[in-house]
Design a protein around this ligand. Structure first.
Ligand code: NAD
Length: 319
C-alpha cells in the first residue's frame, strides 16, 4: 500500500511495485497529475481523517509506504506562509498512520523523512555542509517542514520500540525527474529551472532565486525508488540518507540546463526563498547498510527531465 500514490514519488513507486508483481493499493486525495495510476486499487481519501486510515487496513499488507505530506519546493516551504498547514496536515497523517498501521497489519512500514531535518548550523558553508545521519542532533532544522519530519521520525521510532512496528526511515535529498510538479508554486528547483529555461526566448535572461552560490545535490527518481525498495527490504530501522553526493551550486545547475536546452540565456539573480546555504547527501551509511548507493551522474537525469518539462511547456502553449 502506498500513501501519497497520487504524488510524484508515490506514482513512480506504484509503477515499480507493479513491475515486481505485487497487488498494490494507492491512497491519496487526488489521482496522479500525469498519466494513469497502475495501482490495482486507488482510494481517494484524506489521511488526516482517522476513520479513513483505520478503514484502509481491513486486510493485511506486506509493505506500507507512507509518502503523503503537505509538500512543496522553496516557494511553498521556506516563505513561512504555509507553516501551520505543513505541520498540522503532515503530523495528522503520520499520527493516524502510526496508530493504525500496527505490526499485525503491516509487515513493514516505510516513512519518507527529508534532508530538511538537518540542523541549519551545519549548513551555512555552501562548500562544506554536514549531513551525516548522526549530525541530526542537537536538532535545529531551518523550516517547520523539517521539524515535522523530525517529530514523525521519532514518532515511528517510538512505535517501533514500544509496539513492534517494523519501520524503515529514509531522509530523501531533493528528488527530481519526469512526472513531477513543474509549475504552480510547489515545484522544486530542478523542475522550476527547467520550466523557466524551456519558456525563455533564446538570447534573453532567466531568473534564479538568490546569488546562485547556494549548493544542493539532486537525486534522479529511478535511483530514489531503487534505494527506497532496497532500504524497505533491509533489516535497518534507523534513518538513512537517500540522496546524491554530487553537490552543485544553483547557478551551475541553471548553466547545465541552459546548455541542454541549446539556448543562449543570461542568468539573472533575484530575491527569493532559498533555504540553507549548502546541502549534500552523505552516503557512507547507506553504502554500509545496503552495499549500494546512488551513482548516476546528475546530467543524465537532468537531460531526461528537461526534455519532459520542455514537452509539457510545449503542450501548455498549444492549448
Ligand atoms: P508530492 O507532493 O508530489 O506527493 C505527496 C502526495 O501526498 C500528494 O499527492 C498529496 O496529494 C498527498 N497528500 C498530502 N496530504 C494528504 C492527505 N491528507 N491525505 C491523502 N494524501 C495526501 O511529493 P513527493 O515529492 O512525491 O514527496 C513524497 C514524500 O517524500 C513526501 O513525504 C515528502 O515530504 C518526501 N520528500 C520528498 C522530497 C523530494 O525532493 N521530492 C525530498 C525529501 C522528502
Amino acid at each position: 500500500m502506498v500513501f501519497g500514490a497520487g504524488g510524484f514519488i508515490g506514482n513512480h513507486l506504484v509503477n515499480r511495485l507493479k513491475s515486481e508483481g505485487f497487488w498494490v493499493r494507492g491512497v491519496d486525495v487526488k489521482y496522479p497529475e500525469f498519466g494513469q495510476t497502475k495501482a490495482d486499487d486507488f482510494i481517494i481519501g484524506d489521511l488526516r481523517d482517522a476513520k479513513v486510515v483505520e478503514s484502509l487496513f481491513f486486510r493485511d499488507f506486506d509493505e506500507v509506504y507512507q509518502l503523503a505530506a503537505d509538500m512543496g519546493g522553496a516557494g511553498y516551504l521556506f516563505t513561512g506562509e504555509n507553516d501551520a498547514d505543513v505541520i498540522f496536515n503532515s503530523a495528522q497523517v503520520n499520527l493516524n498512520t502510526a496508530k493504525y498501521c500496527t505490526a499485525d497489519k503491516a509487515g513493514r512500514l516505510f516513512f519518507t523523512s527529508s534532508a530538511c531535518i538537518y540542523p541549519a548550523y551545519n549548513q551555512t558553508d555552501p562548500d562544506n555542509p554536514v549531513c551525516g545521519e548522526k549530525s541530526a542532533y542537537p536538532a535545529d532544522p531551518e523550516s517547520d517542514y523539517g521539524w515535522e519530519k523530525l517529530f514523525s521520525e521519532r514518532l515511528y521510532q517510538a512505535f517501533h520500540r514500544n509496539h513492534g512496528i517494523n519501520v524503515r526511515i529514509a531522509r530523501y535529498h531533493n528528488i527530481f525527474g519526469p512526472l513531477g510538479t513543474w509549475q504552480g508554486g510547489r515545484e522544486k528547483a530542478p523542475a522550476a529551472l527547467c520550466r523557466k529555461i524551456a519558456e525563455a526566448t533564446d538570447g534573453t535572461e532567466m531568473e534564479i532565486w538568490g546569488d546562485g552560490r547556494q549548493t544542493r545535490s539532486f537525486l534522479y527518481i529511478d535511483e530514489c525508488i531503487e534505494g527506497t525498495v532496497r532500504l524497505m527490504r533491509s533489516d535497518y530501522s534507523d534513518p538513512v540518507n537517500i540522496g546524491s553526493e554530487e553537490m552543485i551550486s544553483i547557478a551551475d545547475l541553471a548553466e547545465a540546463i541552459i546548455k541542454l536546452s541549446g539556448k543562449q540565456l543570461k542568468i539573472q539573480s533575484v530575491e527569493g526563498p532559498q533555504g540553507v546555504r549548502g546541502r549534500n547527501s552523505d552516503n557512507r551509511l547507506i553504502a554500509e547498510v545496503l552495499g549500494w548507493k546512488p551513482e548516476q551522474p546528475l546530467i543524465q537525469g537532468l537531460a531526461t527531465t528537461y526534455q519532459w518539462i520542455a514537452s509539457q511547456v510545449a503542450i501548455k502553449n498549444h492549448v
